[in-house]
Design a protein around this ligand. Sequence first.
Ligand SMILES: Cc1cc2nc3c(=O)[nH]c(=O)nc-3n(C[C@H](O)[C@H](O)[C@H](O)COP(=O)(O)OP(=O)(O)OC[C@H]3O[C@@H](n4cnc5c(N)ncnc54)[C@H](O)[C@@H]3O)c2cc1C
Length: 460
Amino acid sequence: MTLNIGTAEAMHTDTGAFAAHPRATFDTGARAAAATDRSGYEPPTLPDAVVHAESVEDVVQALQLAHEHHLPVVPRGAGTGLAGGSSAHAGEVVLDVSRMNRILSIDPVEMIAVVQPGVLNAEVNAAAAEHGLFYAPDPASTAICSIGGNIATNAGGMWCAKYGVTRESVLGLTVVLADGRVLHTGRSTIKGVTGYDLNALFIGSEGTLGVVVEATLRLRPRPVRTETLAAYFPDVEAAGRAASAITAARIQPSILELMDGPTLDAVDRAEGTRHRELGGAFLLAQTDGFGAHLELDEIASVIGPYASTVHRAGGADEAAALVKARRDAIPALEKLGRVSIGDIAVPRNRLAEAFTGLEEIAARTGTRIFSVAHAADGNLHPMIVVGPEESITSGPAKEALGEMFHLARRLGGTLTGEHGVGLLKREWVGEELGETSRSLQQAIKATLDPSGILNPGKAI
Ligand SMILES: Cc1cc2nc3c(=O)[nH]c(=O)nc-3n(C[C@H](O)[C@H](O)[C@H](O)COP(=O)(O)OP(=O)(O)OC[C@H]3O[C@@H](n4cnc5c(N)ncnc54)[C@H](O)[C@@H]3O)c2cc1C
């Protein structure tokens, strides 16, 4: 039993009841480590305690205690979220499942993996690769984010351009409900429609409806071949138009990622690369399957009129370096200051308008905005970088975030494509959902969590 009572400066509620939990700690260092995520949000106080669950029974016991004493619980995976979803403050207890990190089984014939929630995304892929398989939803944070967190946010990634987001790769879940009951959703078969689709309800629910303690994941055969190109454009609008032209031509890349000039500059500075010399925006395209080379020819021909340079990767190492440049974007910007990451999605034929709109927002609000996009999904990440003294939750950064949302809505899009609402985007949710949808969603929440103890103040 680990029970380390630290200074406990924030212990003003009866979260002391958690002293009865064998995995609870009140240690100040542990509470500070679990207080927030990678969104840049800094909670004003620390959570009261952290439960480091190691088993389903630990999670059940934590939620039974919380239910009995009406105590708010914040589920936490790897803490890489970008919306403040796993941030917690005084009066709350963090339920950290990162130690539940085992791959329980892989069935290479059915192409299914059963995993605990704390397993990292990249670990699932490494294990699947041993069987010639892969797990498709691959956030840029693949090496550091957990499967439970991916499910709770319905995470996307580069391969989602062709293979869909997390929802398309989850067959079944085991979830502990707010009162400690254990629920199984979905199944282990590829098809099946018995009852309502409760998988879909929990996927993307941001820890507000239950805690995922096990997942049955769909794996796919590794592609027989891949082909990769990098294209450079005079400016980001041209790159946006080129990406939209690929969608309009009904070509199906497995990766289609876009970075604007300022982001290229930041990546070059951080990694010692020289992308920015080649253009004011960068588009990475990858195709896979038997006809990968033919599909890449098509892409090169469609984007040719917009691009200043189109460069085909000479081999696997060069392709990996190009993919890495995109994965390096957020860490490179984090070296420049605190980063507030927008996550709007727009119809795929309106990417160029979205980029123009973002430049106008930056000029109007006086903020520095760097943009990348999962271009095949119309999902943009405009990133506002602020200095150490500036706030991301008030002032110009907040104003710019609000304007981004309204830009997305004007273009027929949405507030969040994959990071979730969390804490930071909640004030705009009602505007997008409308009264009927929001009150129905609140009624679902009240049915599953009548005392409102699971991740209060987040998502809806
Ligand atoms: C450099 C970088 C790049 C990124 N790139 C991408 C990207 O390409 N695509 C993308 O979608 N995201 C991306 N992200 C965001 C982040 O990695 C994802 O949102 C990820 O899914 C969060 O997983 P996590 O384990 O860190 O969850 P956490 O941050 O711990 O939690 C996220 C949310 O899930 C809930 N939660 C966590 N575990 C559980 C559980 N077991 N049961 C119930 N609820 C739970 C939390 O309460 C919270 O609301 C990136 C982040 C970084 C730092």
